[in-house]
Ligand binder design. Structure first.
Ligand code: FPP
Length: 247
């Protein structure tokens, strides 16, 4: 996205290029409200992910980035953590064929080092397997934290400076962006958080500097492509000035 002029969803130059990021919240409550285990909510949530990814071309979303597991989520019960990890693996295995067919390129962001080696291998495989796709870019944040990502990028930049490959005085925003997990993606235009919470929760802290935020009371397992469409319609009415003056 160009940073120097306001953009609108109905602007042809802008059409089908949106980067929407979602903090998928409320799975636990959705399940508890029905007297079901929390993992049932996460499973329903995964179905919603599948539906939304498939609807992206129609919605004009080229980049969809989803917060699936934060660096803080390790504090949940072992059962829930393992259940979520296994859900991520199952999603990849089950959806790989469809993603290839539909032109979906999948990436995983976050720190993979503490994850199960089998799951990490699956992440490597799906990233490679879908690397030629360009229609929809699905990015899933797992063991992701915005501060952790900035800390890792800062460390990498410092190592380059120390090695004499980078001039500390020549570091720009773009330099830092190139060291982020999201280096291949444009900044998000819109960040949506479900379930009525109005916190940013350490998601895309660097990248969302100019993003619009939308907070909806809908719980993630109830979030459909129609919900997203309604949000995008409202978003399309807003003008984004990027700190400048609207001409
Ligand atoms: C937050 O709701 C949701 C999560 C921590 C997990 C998100 C994961 C999925 C939607 C599963 C599938 C994802 C992919 C990409 C296959 P919460 O459990 O914190 O809800 P609560 O606030 O009601 O407890």
């Amino acid at each position: 996205m160009k940073m120097d002029q306001p953009v609108k969803r109905d602007d042809p130059a802008y059409a089908n290029q949106l980067h929407v990021a979602v903090i998928m919240d409320g799975n636990g409550r959705w399940a508890s409200n029905r007297g079901w285990p929390r993992l049932v909510g996460h499973r329903k949530g995964a179905e919603r992910v599948r539906e939304l990814v498939n609807a992206c071309p129609e919605l004009g979303i080229r980049y969809l980035t989803l917060y699936a597991f934060s660096t803080e989520n390790w504090s949940r019960t072992t059962e829930e953590v393992l259940g979520l990890m296994s859900l991520f693996g199952r999603y990849i295995k089950r959806e790989a064929g469809r993603m290839k067919q539909e032109g979906v390129r999948m990436r995983i962001i976050g720190d993979r080092t503490p994850l199960d080696p089998k799951l990490r291998a699956l992440f490597d495989w799906i990233e490679e397997d879908t690397s030629a796709n360009d229609r929809v870019h699905l990015t899933v944040a797992i063991n992701y934290g915005g501060r952790d990502e900035i800390r890792r990028a800062a460390g990498a930049v410092a190592r380059e400076v120390k090695a004499g490959r980078l001039d500390a005085d020549a570091i720009t925003d773009a330099t830092l962006s190139a060291y982020m997990d999201t280096s291949a993606l444009p900044d998000p235009d819109l960040v949506v958080r479900t379930s009525g919470e109005t916190r940013v929760s350490n998601f895309l802290l660097w990248q969302a500097a100019y993003a619009e935020y939308v907070f909806t009371p809908v719980l993630w397992p109830d979030f459909s492509p129609e919900t997203m469409s309604t949000i995008l319609d409202a978003f399309g009415q807003r003008e984004r000035r990027f700190g400048g003056v609207l001409k």
